[in-house]
Write a protein of this length. Structure first.
Length: 331
């Protein structure tokens, strides 16, 4: 028999909203997945987990809460709600109730469909039970209506235009209901493509309703739990970067800065060579530097060495000089 070992820095991820599940998560988990039908229930859950964490001697900020979100996005608010209603209409009530019965671990088949869900002792997923009870009371749903809603439910309350959905998610984040989201699609594959295409360019913390849909997304960086480790997303690509004070295993932030300097220089030279029809066939840019001894966050100097192939020396000088003046670069 072999014994599986878990690294000390492995993230512990948990999903469970029962009192026992919450207490377990508050004591042991690093990340919690959850489901909420409203902002208020999400915030209550968030505050409860943080309070339990303190009682277990943990720092509340060490636990990240990521509720599920399934945005339904339309070109207008009305169009989004119409899509949401169309999706709900496709769900047979009994199919939704069958799923709910499985989640709650109780038999709902003997209950009258045109009456509300009664109080029951649900041994199954407590988070889902609280969700449907909240939904039933808030909207006055019968069991038949609840079956349709549960079978085609969208997680969270994110139905609207791209900007409205982004603002709603930002509110959950800013007002203490979550640390982020686990984003899913109301249906696939079409909804996942359109949702990400419409919503992602609109979501950036701090711009709120003033954000512009014309803004071009550039890059997003997250700080990982490891000091000095950064997670970077740019144009759909994801990679790890380490700060100067980080583990020094991945490409460093300063190296990314210098690499972009070299890339921009070569792209400008290529463009100039094309305009002049100079015959440039290949280029190489190499960046070297020295940091300030008294302030390592600053560069004492940066040097850019260029090697151009396919053009004589005089033409190479012409391609470089209009864009770069030979001098020490200080930052």
């Amino acid at each position: 028999m072999c014994r599986q070992t878990v690294p000390d820095d492995a993230a512990r991820i948990q999903a469970g909203a029962s009192p026992k599940g919450r207490d377990f998560a508050a004591r042991w988990s690093d990340v919690i997945f959850c489901s909420h039908a409203s902002f208020d229930s999400a915030r209550d859950f968030y505050q409860d987990i943080k309070s339990r964490a303190v009682r277990h001697g943990r720092r509340p900020e060490d636990i990240k809460i990521l509720p599920m979100a399934t945005p339904v996005i339309g070109t207008t608010t009305r169009a989004a709600h119409e899509v949401n209603r169309e999706l709900a209409d496709l769900v047979p009530p009994l199919a939704g109730l069958s799923t709910l019965s499985y989640h709650l671990d109780i038999d709902l088949s003997g209950l009258p469909l045109d009456e509300p869900l009664p109080d029951v002792d649900a041994p199954g997923v407590q988070g889902h039970y609280k969700e449907v009870v909240e939904m039933t009371r808030r909207e006055g749903l019968t069991l038949r209506q609840l079956g349709k809603r549960y079978g085609g439910r969208t997680e969270g309350t994110f139905v609207g235009t791209a900007a409205e959905v982004a603002d709603g998610m930002e509110r959950w984040f800013a007002e203490g209901a979550c640390h982020g989201f686990t984003v899913g699609a109301a249906h696939t594959p079409e909804r996942s493509r359109t949702s990400s295409a419409k919503w992602c360019p609109n979501y950036s913390v701090g711009e709120s309703s003033a954000r512009s849909t014309r803004a071009r997304p550039c890059a997003t960086t997250w700080a990982a739990d490891t000091l000095g480790r950064l997670l970077v997303t740019a144009r759909g690509d994801h990679f790890v970067s380490d700060a100067r004070t980080g583990p020094a295993e991945a490409v460093q932030a300063g190296e990314l800065l210098l690499a972009s300097f070299a890339s921009c220089s070569l792209s400008n030279i290529q463009l100039h060579a094309q305009e002049r029809a100079s015959g440039l066939t290949r280029g190489q840019a190499r960046v070297s530097y020295e940091r300030d001894l008294h302030d390592p966050t600053r560069y004492k100097w940066i040097r850019l060495d260029l090697r151009l192939t396919g053009v004589p020396h005089e033409e190479a000088e012409t391609l470089v000089r209009p864009r770069f003046r030979p001098q020490s670069v200080r930052a």
